[in-house]
Design a protein around this ligand. Structure first.
Ligand code: PEP
Length: 252
């Protein structure tokens, strides 16, 4: 189980330190559950320092697919590594929708993350309109196929995929456990087709979209749900800690 918090563009430096300390404490009883936080770039270094000596991992929310250069405002994989990040989110729906990232952009970012030993958390998911039209599987399959182009199977063993139905992100509306399980099983089948049985079966598939302490159990109990990518509820250490606690019930 992996419980990952995406803080998005929230918390200034001081609030990030306080929240990180709260998460560190809450994660003390995480046992086998992997815990990850993804703060804004400006606070990554400070949060890595707060987490030092604990098992809590830190990741970036995105990256630019070049090592360095004239790319004003962007942050590279080597920069993320230099402050202590282990993971990076790629293809979050807000990056796709608000910043125009295409499937091809997601692929180049994923490859760049792999090149620098960052674990990519690849986000996929359909909009409400696409679900209403019954196209959710086609959309997710296309996103997966494009994002994994040229990815070496040997390099994919620690890949993380997050299924995040766009209509459930930040809306308070959650996929039902049945909807989540059905899509996770579908993603699993596509991954095993693409990466082979052993690698595909080992990919962690997180659910994201208004996961909260009160609904975490019904979602995390599903066979193919291997954790959560959590936005709003990751901004309160007690809520995030409560979700971590639920996840501890599902570790082998
Ligand atoms: C997210 O943005 O990845 C997310 C799942 O947000 P929320 O939990 O707020 O829906």
């Amino acid at each position: 189980m992996l419980i990952a918090g995406n803080w998005k563009m929230n918390t200034d430096l001081s609030k990030a330190r306080t929240l990180a300390a709260g998460v560190r404490k809450a994660a003390e009883s995480a046992g086998e559950v992997e815990v990850l936080v993804c703060p804004p770039f400006i606070s990554l270094d400070a949060v890595c320092q707060v987490m030092r000596g604990s098992a809590v991992q830190v990741g970036g929310q995105t990256l630019y697919p070049e090592d360095s250069g004239a790319f004003t405002g962007e942050v590279s994989a080597p920069m993320l590594r230099s402050v202590g990040c282990s993971h990076v989110i790629v293809g979050h729906s807000e990056r796709r929708q608000l910043f125009g990232e295409t499937d091809e952009d997601v692929n180049t970012r994923l490859l760049q993350a792999r090149l620098h030993d960052l674990v990519p958390i690849l986000c996929v998911g359909e909009t409400l309109q696409q679900r209403k039209a019954g196209n959710q599987r086609t959309v997710v399959e296309e996103q997966l196929t494009a994002a994994l182009a040229n990815v070496d199977i040997a390099e994919a063993d620690d890949l993380v995929v997050a299924y995040e139905p766009v209509w459930a992100i930040g809306t308070g509306e959650t996929a039902s456990p049945e909807q989540a399980q059905a899509m996770h099983a579908f993603i699993r089948s596509r991954l095993t087709d693409r990466l082979g049985q052993s690698v595909g079966a080992g990919v962690a598939i997180l659910y994201g979209g208004s996961m909260k302490p009160h609904n975490a159990d019904e979602l995390l109990s599903q066979d193919d749900v291997d954790g959560g990518l959590i936005g709003g509820a990751s901004l309160k250490a007690s809520d995030f800690g409560a979700i971590i606690n639920v996840a501890t019930g599902y570790t082998a």
